[in-house]
Design a protein around this ligand. Structure first.
Ligand code: PBG
Length: 308
């Protein structure tokens, strides 16, 4: 009876696997704060992508970790940089079976760890950063990516990326907008995952957890600028925001179940305090129920297997 009348169902095709690929390593490297998640080599990333495709996962979101970082994140726009190599690898391997996406942000590539370039006073320079994002979008599109994910929360980023892609002949590359991205304490494990150099915080560009109305304004702006999908992030602590966005969005709404959400469940489960698999499915079901139609989750492959 429960199966017959369930209002919310999960399907592997709606899941997106975030994956990290690192330039300087010869074998996959575990991330201590995210048990079960690794920094991939190009080779193990290819295998992980095949595994995800075979499990029926709908998409993969790639994050690249360069050896060399600098103030402007040069490796992010190097056509042979690690992220571009990974895009080419994964598109060649599974591009016909799943949507290949790339993080469009500078924080993995800058030596100060911010999502943008800095002004002389050390603050993040919004408009100078937009020019870098435009360049990055074109380089990623030229590597063959299907969809870019601008995650830096700069004002105007979607419009600038859309225009740059169109002008370079990449009208078919779509945009997953990080629309409502909050300055959350739960990004901690991700910062280990990407060898982050960040010292301060991202409060000058990410949203205040206290505010929901702002998310709707960000939605309007991203839609006007050309977002194909919009996203709320983190997921579990922002289900109300997700619901509000989903109620009015004319385009699909995604949610990112971030590193800290993953690590909290894994840590409690490892202690035997909660039932791991039931909890995983309950979190994903709740995110889906709140209005997300696509979910980025580090459990994508495992959850797909549980659902299959
Ligand atoms: C920024 C970015 C972050 C995440 C995805 N893209 C980190 C941040 O804003 O500090 C976090 C994802 C996670 O915590 O799982 N490029």
């Amino acid at each position: 009876m429960r199966r017959l009348v369930a209002e919310t169902r999960l399907h592997p095709a709606e899941l997106i696997l975030p994956a990290f690929v690192s330039e300087g390593i010869t074998e996959a490297k575990p991330i201590a704060s995210m048990p079960g998640v690794v920094q991939h080599t190009r080779d193990t990333l290819r295998k992980a992508a095949v595994e995800a495709a075979e499990a029926g996962v709908g998409g993969i979101m790639l994050f690249g970790l360069p050896v060399v970082k600098d103030a402007v994140g040069s490796e992010g726009t190097n056509p042979d940089g690690i992220l571009q190599q990974a895009i080419r690898d994964v598109v060649a391997e599974v591009g016909d079976q799943m949507v290949v996406m790339s993080d469009l942000c500078l924080d993995e590539f800058t030596d100060h760890g911010h999502c943008g370039v800095l002004a002389e006073d050390g603050s993040v320079d919004n408009d100078a950063t937009l020019a870098r994002y435009a360049e990055m979008a074109v380089v990623q599109a030229e590597a063959g990516v299907h969809m870019v994910g601008p995650s830096g929360m700069m004002d105007g980023q979607i419009g600038v990326v859309r225009r740059a892609l169109d002008e370079a002949g990449h009208q078919d590359v779509s945009i997953l907008a990080y629309t409502a991205k909050y300055a959350s304490a739960l990004y901690g494990p991700f910062r280990e995952a990407v060898n982050s150099s960040l010292k301060g915080d991202r409060k000058t560009y990410q949203q205040d957890p206290a505010n929901a109305r702002e998310a709707l304004r960000e939605l309007e702006l991203d839609l006007a600028e050309g977002a194909d999908l919009v996203m709320v992030k983190p997921a579990m602590l922002y289900l109300d925001v997700l619901r509000q966005v989903a109620d009015v969005s004319p385009v699909p709404v995604a949610a990112y179940q971030i590193s800290g959400e993953y690590s909290m469940v894994e840590a409690a489960a490892a202690n035997g305090w909660i039932e791991r698999e039931r909890t995983i499915l309950e979190t994903l079901t709740s995110i889906r129920r709140a209005g997300a139609e696509q979910i980025l989750t580090y459990w994508a492959v495992e959850a797909a297997a549980m659902l299959g």
